[in-house]
Design a protein around this ligand. Structure first.
Ligand code: SAM
Length: 277
């Protein structure tokens, strides 16, 4: 029988527990953010997962909730403009955004993650007719791009929440270029929402109290929002937000100090758009 426990998760997939803990504990720990996710609580409970493992790391928990709210907003705005679009969530972990944002039936949704995560998703996340899942492999980490079923001219939103920093730099850069290449070939508007860690955050990742409770560490740094467009020409910044400024006094001070010394954010959520010719 399949092992449906959190012990079955590999090194990087285990990190999905950090934002899951944040979503489960948000109403108690951060009531001011008014974030509720009934599915996170149901999924976490079914897994026998105790969010207390990470809940003392207030900065990461609050940051994960603020990040989820930012990604929810970007997704809702995209869907309002493109009600027959395609949404793709890379590294979706055990997040059930479709339930949170009440995904309309006209939008197709794809979740992509490693096989051990997909096994848990298939057992625990409620199924929907317009949502499907793709298994990502370590050997061909970008093969999912050709499994999406691009439709010429169909607007596509790609979400990567809490994922970029776990990618090998070569995989991250090829992901950005590959998306632009496929959108251009299909004459499709492409939007990308992703969060990125600075070089110092990557170097110091094992000092992150939540990450230190897993076996994972960060690998790919993106210093500035504009770097994404340097890597994949055509991807223009629509919005870039440094949510660490809203994660408590210590995080705010560190973020301000980093910006003062380097002129760059220590961490940011970036929203990008590529328009085909
Ligand atoms: C920190 S978790 C974030 C999960 C989810 N986005 C959330 O916010 O709850 C990182 C996720 O990215 C996935 N991941 C890492 N590298 C990946 C890759 N190359 N392709 C697909 N998923 C990946 C992990 O398996 C894990 O589920």
């Amino acid at each position: 029988m399949d092992d449906l426990s959190i012990k079955s998760l590999g090194t990087i997939p285990e990190t999905l527990l950090i934002p899951l803990a944040a979503r489960m504990t948000a109403p108690d720990r951060h009531p001011d953010l008014q974030f509720r996710d009934a599915e996170a609580m149901r999924i976490g409970t079914a897994l026998g997962f105790d969010p207390a493992r990470f809940a003392r790391d207030t900065g990461s928990m609050r940051g994960s909730v603020l990040r989820a709210q930012w990604f929810d907003r970007i997704t809702e705005t995209f869907i309002a403009s493109h009600p027959a679009g395609l949404c793709v969530s890379i590294g979706s972990g055990l997040d059930d955004r479709p339930s949170r944002i009440r995904l309309p039936a006209t939008v197709d949704w794809v979740d992509a993650d490693f096989a051990d995560v997909v096994r848990l998703r298939e057992a625990l996340v409620a199924r929907r007719a317009n949502v499907r899942t793709i298994r990502v492999t370590e050997t061909e980490p970008l093969a999912w791009m050709d499994e999406l079923g691009w439709t010429p001219g169909r607007p596509t939103l790609v979400l990567a929440e809490g994922v970029s920093m776990y990618l090998l730099p070569s995989v991250g850069e090829n992901l950005l270029r590959g998306l632009v290449d496929r959108a251009a070939r299909n004459g499709a508007l492409l939007e990308l929402a992703a969060d990125f860690a600075s070089p110092i955050m990557v170097r110091q990742s094992r000092r992150n109290p939540s990450l230190a409770k897993t076996r994972a560490s960060f690998r790919w740094a993106v210093p500035r929002p504009e770097t994404v467009g340097d890597i994949a020409p055509g991807l223009a910044v629509i919005e870039a937000v440094d949510i660490t400024r809203r994660c408590g006094a210590l995080a705010r001070t560190m973020a301000s100090l980093h910006r003062l010394l380097t002129g760059r954010p220590v961490y940011f959520c970036g929203h990008y758009r590529f328009r085909p010719r």
